[in-house]
Design a protein around this ligand. Sequence first.
Ligand code: KIV
Length: 268
Amino acid sequence: MSATTDNKRLTTRDIHALRRSGEKIAMLTAYDHVTAALVDQAGVEIILVGDSLGNVVLGYETTLPVTLDDMIRHAGAVYRGTTRAMVVCDLPFGTAKDPETALGSAIAVLQQTGCQAVKIEGGGAAAPIVARLVEQGIPVMAHIGLTPQAVHQLGGYYRHGKDAPAAQELIAAARELQKAGAFAIVLEFIVPEVAAEITLMLDIPTIGIGSGPDCAGQVLVINDLIGLNVGPVPGFAKPKADVAGIIRQAVGEYVAEVKAHPKEPSIG
Ligand code: KIV
């Protein structure tokens, strides 16, 4: 039986088995109970409760205002909606700034939500933080390339690894994070050839977003996949539905139906 065909909840061992078998890993974000249940039923292997919660659900311009309490509330709802996918929760801005802070944040997430792992943004400098959590038995997904929590330092959202020194820095960071014990690594908006090279070099799976097809798996923000947005969608997302359009149409029909009902006698 393949690692993913029984009904048990997937673990890091199953994710590594997929990597070894060459089968691609499907990961999506979710932020609420119902969406998580549907995403789980549809067969993704990993659900990420991303701190994109800030932009997608809470209406912030960046992910920086998202708190650990925000993440814990939404991650708990997601976990309770799922039975099969592995559920990973982002540690938001400032909650993984050093190994001890990150350990406290990760313990709170695992104890209060049921999630099985945390994700931490950052390059090679995050390796000691990853190592501290792993030493305590907490699976960590790393995240390099475009790291939205560093948007002010980066000066915007753009593709990473465009010249040789930048590519070498990403490759070195990926190697250090694997050595520190990360069980997987997100490669966000990295030049596809660089992402492919990192994927070939590592034993742990790379999960790409906007980084080309040659990663071990892919992740998208669920709203970008299903067309549930009011703002711009990243070019690489290619929505497969127009849920925003369906909502507008259904609500429009409801409003028209309510208004079409004969008028009540006016009051006063
Ligand atoms: O917060 C998030 O949704 C993410 C994914 C885009 C990888 O970090």
